[in-house]
Ligand binder design. Structure first.
Ligand SMILES: [Fe+2]
Length: 199
C-alpha cells in the first residue's frame, strides 16, 4: 500500500469566503499532492512499505526524518480536509462540549487557547485538540509533527503553515484561526474522532 491523495470532501469554492478556491487548489492539488508523491518515493525499499499512514508516521519519527515529514503531513492533511465543511463552526455537539468544559474550562477558554497555540507556533506547524490519557489537551507542533508521536490522539488540527492562509489572510494568522473555529470546523467529525479516541 502506498499513499494516495484523497479527493476534497467538498467543492473547491465551498468554503468561501473563509477559505478561497485558490487556497484550496494550491493547498490540496500542489502541497498535499507533493507530500503524497515525495512520501511514496521515500517509502520505496524501506521497512515501512505496506504499512498504514499512522504506522509510517509513528515508525519513522526520529528515524527517517525526510519520510516522517511527508508521512506526517499526509496524515495531517487527510484529516484537515475532513475537519472542515461548508457552513461549519456553530454550536458544538453535546458530548464534546461537556468534555471540553470538564477538561479545558469552557468552550470560550478552549477557543482562546487553541488560537493562542496556533499563533504561538513559531514558523510552520499545527495547532491541535487531542486526547491524551483520557483527557482533552491543546497542543502545538512544528512542521509535519502531530500528537500521534507524543502519545496522544488528535481530534482537531489547524494547519498554520502560510500556504494554508496567506492568500486569504496575508499575515493575519489570528484572524484565520478564528475563522477556522467559527466558520469552518466540522464539529460532528471532531466528535466522531473524540469517540473513537476515547474507546
Ligand atoms: Fe498544509
Amino acid at each position: 500500500m502506498s499513499f494516495t491523495l484523497p479527493e476534497l470532501p467538498y467543492a473547491y469554492d465551498a468554503l468561501q469566503p473563509y477559505m478561497s478556491r485558490e487556497t484550496l487548489e494550491f493547498h490540496h492539488d500542489k502541497h498535499h499532492a507533493a507530500y503524497v508523491n515525495t512520501g511514496n518515493n521515500l517509502l520505496k525499499g524501506t521497512e515501512f512499505e505496506g504499512k498504514s499512514v499512522e504506522e509510517v508516521v509513528k515508525g519513522s519519527y526520529g528515524k527517517n526524518q525526510a519520510l516522517f515529514n511527508n508521512a506526517g503531513q499526509h496524515y495531517n492533511h487527510i484529516h484537515f480536509w475532513m475537519w472542515m465543511k461548508p457552513n461549519g463552526g456553530g454550536a458544538l455537539p453535546g458530548k464534546l462540549e461537556k468534555k471540553i468544559v470538564e477538561d479545558l474550562g469552557s468552550v470560550e477558554k478552549f477557543k482562546e487557547d487553541f488560537i493562542q497555540a496556533g499563533v504561538g507556533q513559531f514558523g510552520s506547524g499545527w495547532a491541535w485538540l487531542a486526547v491524551k490519557d483520557g483527557k482533552l489537551t491543546i497542543m502545538k507542533t512544528p512542521n509535519g509533527e502531530n500528537p500521534l508521536v507524543h502519545g496522544a490522539e488528535p481530534i482537531l488540527g489547524c494547519d498554520v503553515w502560510e500556504h494554508s492562509y496567506y492568500i486569504d489572510y496575508r499575515n493575519r494568522r489570528p484572524d484565520y484561526l478564528k475563522a477556522f473555529l467559527e466558520n469552518l470546523v466540522n464539529w460532528e467529525h471532531v466528535e466522531e474522532m473524540f469517540e473513537t479516541a476515547s474507546k
